[in-house]
Design a binder for this molecule. Structure first.
Ligand SMILES: Cc1cc2nc3c(=O)[nH]c(=O)nc-3n(C[C@H](O)[C@H](O)[C@H](O)COP(=O)(O)OP(=O)(O)OC[C@H]3O[C@@H](n4cnc5c(N)ncnc54)[C@H](O)[C@@H]3O)c2cc1C
Length: 400
């Protein structure tokens, strides 16, 4: 046993013991949307156990294990953070705090923010005092994000922001929004973009919910009407926001690549569903040969994705630059789509319920997962755009 594997094993045991002692039993099972804690001024704990679990994790620094201690983290390395994740997954421990601040803005601020921005925002995110929205997309700028038009005019000590952002998830419940704004129309369109942090309670900010086919509303359009934003809320340099935006997107896509492995839904795996819903012959084989081979394909695909995740992690640890993370968002979200389609085929009409007592929670969640899995192949950059990026920067194929 090498020194480093012995150290990792010792740390794993320490994590295991700590979780055993500190994670309440009720927090050791898959969470549905209502069980998630997103923090912020409008956030509330779904239960007392959820509060206790979050507070213990926060105090331990494990809400953001890799962040420096002064910002509320535990200053752990990537391998230790991964061990915590694995051990939490082993006992089905719920994520204590959800949030775009934690997953996306925080890591970008650690790289591009100045000291006072880090001091103001990072501890507030870990303490769940602020919830963040993402202001990237606009009605005319989704895949072609660099075409964005929301303008920020420079004044002495502030910017004046006018325009709107669309598909801003939960913006009506957020305290702050990180935004890409146009600060110049000279030169290449990517070169006139800046990255601004905007307080959602500033005069001139408003949100309108966008109703979805389900009747629920998760998205908003967020409007900025002469919103005064202090100059110190500019992250990085003026007109250089595209670099911050791209770094943040890497964190977003990494997160989305793992989406299936941290599903809040109660859905069963395709293999478990096959056991429950499909007929078998005398030898125990599924009689539906088509579904049998689709299940085998799915299992092999998931195994390959798992190995590629491990490869990405080890390459990162060894400081090797690799294109693998670029393909993970595409692979992870497409696999989740395949999974939910397979589940519906296996469950037949039992998987088509939207509400009502005649369906189990798992059955009702399957259809929601199916709808959500399609959205996930669009959010954070659609699958087609991911393939374009892979073609250009990994395979170096010609543009036309
Ligand atoms: C669940 C969810 C949450 C989201 N949350 C947020 C958020 O919080 N904040 C935010 O700013 N945005 C958010 N978005 C928006 C998301 O970033 C955009 O939907 C996405 O970038 C696609 O942009 P669009 O919707 O304008 O589609 P378009 O860009 O109009 O694309 C439409 C279709 O054309 C295809 N297409 C476009 N260009 C090309 C091309 N060059 N080559 C091949 N195909 C192409 C696309 O793949 C897509 O299928 C969210 C989206 C979803 C689904």
């Amino acid at each position: 046993m090498t020194h480093s594997s012995a150290t990792a094993d010792a740390f794993r045991q320490e994590v295991r013991d700590w979780l055993e002692e500190n994670c309440p039993q009720s927090q050791r099972q898959p969470a549905v949307a209502a069980d998630q804690f997103w923090g912020g001024r409008s956030g509330s704990f779904p239960s007392e156990d959820a509060r206790l679990w979050y507070e213990r994790m926060r105090d331990k620094g494990w809400v953001a294990p890799e962040w420096p201690r002064e910002y509320g983290g535990a200053a752990l390395d990537a391998q230790q953070a991964r061990i915590i994740k694995q051990e939490m997954k082993r006992i089905n421990a719920r994520t204590p705090l959800y949030g775009l601040g934690l997953w996306m803005l925080g890591p970008a601020l650690l790289e591009y923010g100045n000291t006072s921005q880090k001091e103001q925002h990072l501890p507030a995110i870990v303490k769940a005092e602020t919830r963040w929205a993402q202001g990237y997309s606009e009605p005319g700028a989704g895949s072609d994000l660099a075409s964005l038009q929301c303008r920020a005019e420079e004044h002495d000590d502030h910017f004046l922001v006018n325009g709107s952002k669309i598909w801003t998830t939960a913006a009506d419940r957020c305290d702050w929004i990180f935004c890409l704004v146009r600060t110049s129309t000279e030169g290449k369109k990517q070169e006139g973009i800046s990255f601004l942090l905007i307080d959602m309670h500033s005069p001139g900010v408003s949100t309108t919910p966008i109703e979805l086919i389900s009747g629920e509303s998760e998205f908003c359009q967020t409007f900025f009407d002469n919103v005064k934003v202090p100059r110190e809320n500019l992250v990085g340099e003026l007109n250089k926001g595209w670099s911050v935006a791209k770094a943040l997107l890497v964190h977003e896509r990494k997160l989305m690549a793992e989406i299936g492995s941290d599903s809040p839904r109660k859905v069963v795996s395709p293999r478990e569903a096959a056991e429950q819903y499909l007929q078998k012959d005398d030898t125990g084989k599924l009689t539906n040969t088509e579904l049998r081979s689709q299940l085998a394909d799915y299992d092999m695909q998931m195994h390959a994705i798992g190995l590629t995740h491990m490869r990405c992690f080890e390459e990162r640890q060894a400081g090797v630059r690799s294109p693998a993370p670029l393909v993970m968002k595409y692979l992870g979200t497409e696999a989740e789509k395949t999974k939910s389609e397979l589940l519906l085929k296996i469950m037949g009409s039992r998987g088509l319920g939207w509400e009502g007592d005649s369906f189990t929670d798992e059955e009702l969640d399957t259809l929601r997962l199916w709808a959500m899995s399609k959205a996930m192949t669009i959010a954070g950059g659609s699958s087609e755009i991911q393939l374009n990026v892979i073609a250009k920067s990994v395979l170096e194929l010609p543009q036309e």
